[in-house]
Design a protein around this ligand. Structure first.
Ligand SMILES: NC(=O)c1ccc[n+]([C@@H]2O[C@H](COP(=O)([O-])OP(=O)(O)OC[C@H]3O[C@@H](n4cnc5c(N)ncnc54)[C@H](OP(=O)(O)O)[C@@H]3O)[C@@H](O)[C@H]2O)c1
Length: 331
């Protein structure tokens, strides 16, 4: 393909601007594996990057899109051959290395994983970085000995991508899931994914967070940070495990050590970006097997490339629901 379309993010007069443009392979970054992109997806980070609402891009200009699935068209690495279906997520993709919002991507082989048997290229991006991160959080909590028998797990930002997938996966493997959302109208959606209870964020009084409150959760998957994470820490049960994933509400965390030293609560940091093997392939294998979310199809929708800018606006406004898959070559 001589020329192909890409969503290029640039900095002009101190402002971040993004536009659909034509590229050619000579402008792609270095890497051993060249991929015809079938699908990419929209994550909160993509929206912050493309709109400049967050300082995400570390190298301008940069093709956006932090994840992609597709088929190998060139490979200088023995692990991958032409025709292999693959997934590439994380590392510098879409932030400091041209990403998945393009018909062609070229990336280092270490950033690529084979598409696990049982997942289609579309499903791989319906999961995308969000699914990988939710599954990584579950794996890390399991390593910390969390089991369904220990009690409830609360998931915050529950209607978002990571949140919806975490609710669906946790419910599937037997957890009593409490979904915390700012969207009261989406209680039915969250129950359809398997949430046993739905809590509305506005019902929590965040002005009165005590160092320790009544213990309610054995586990927590937090996408919000800030006061919600502080409230979660104070309401964890003895020996509980929190997976801290996101900052959709705030980067700050103002809490006390009481939950950690008096209740033995663990705060696990989840970083999908730079976690290496054996996690990467193992997590994708689990996404294709026991953690495969039963409601992946109903929680995801496909958009055309041209619909990206309008979709970013929805994400930045906190109105995201479920997963959005961006069609490039399809497949
Ligand atoms: N650590 C990692 O490796 C990693 C990987 C992926 C994502 N993340 C982070 O995880 C978070 C979720 O990502 P995502 O892609 O799932 O995002 P998303 O699809 O945009 O979902 C975020 C959800 O958070 C809630 N929310 C949004 N803005 C909020 C605000 N100002 N205050 C309170 N709640 C708000 C909303 O859910 P409700 O209305 O249901 O509450 C929204 O749907 C983001 O912060 C993202 O950067 C981290």
């Amino acid at each position: 393909m001589d020329s192909f379309k890409a969503l290029l993010i640039e900095e002009q007069d101190g402002q971040v601007v993004s536009a659909i443009t034509q590229m050619d392979e000579s402008r792609l970054d270095a890497g051993e594996v060249t991929i015809r992109v079938a699908y990419s997806s929209v994550n909160y980070k993509d929206a912050l990057a493309a709109t400049g609402a967050g300082k995400i891009i570390r190298r301008f200009p940069c093709v956006g899109g932090i994840d992609l699935s597709g088929v190998v068209i060139k490979s200088a690495d023995p692990r991958f051959k032409v025709g292999d279906p693959v997934i590439a997520t994380s590392f510098d993709i879409g932030v400091a290395h041209h990403g998945g919002y393009a018909e062609i991507a070229r990336v280092p082989a270490d950033w690529v994983v084979p598409l696990p048997a049982g997942l289609s290229l579309y499903e791989a991006m319906a999961l995308g970085t969000a699914g990988f991160t939710a599954a990584l959080a579950i794996v890390r909590m399991e390593e910390n000995r969390l089991t369904p028998a220990k009690g409830s797990v609360i998931v915050t930002g529950a209607t978002g991508g990571v949140g919806s997938l975490a609710v669906d996966m946790l419910a599937k493997i037997g957890y009593h899931v409490v979904a915390l959302t700012g969207k009261e109208s989406e209680a039915g959606y969250l129950r359809s994914l398997g949430a046993a209870e739905v809590l509305v964020r506005q019902s929590i009084d965040l002005s009165k967070i005590r160092p320790l409150d009544k213990g309610r959760w054995a586990g927590a998957v937090d996408n919000l940070g800030g006061d919600i994470l502080a409230w979660i820490a104070s309401t964890m049960e003895q020996g509980g495990t929190i997976a801290s994933i996101g900052l959709a509400a705030s980067m700050k965390l103002n809490t006390t050590v009481a939950p950690f030293i008096l209740r033995g609560v663990s705060l696990l940091g989840i970083d999908s970006g730079y976690i290496r093997e054996p996690y990467r392939r193992d997590v994708w294998q689990r996404l294709a097997s026991d953690l495969r979310p039963p409601h992946l199809e109903s929680m995801s929708r496909k958009i055309a490339f041209e619909e990206l800018p309008a979709t970013f606006t929805e994400y930045v406004a906190g109105r995201a629901k479920g997963r959005v898959v961006v069609e490039l070559a399809g497949g």
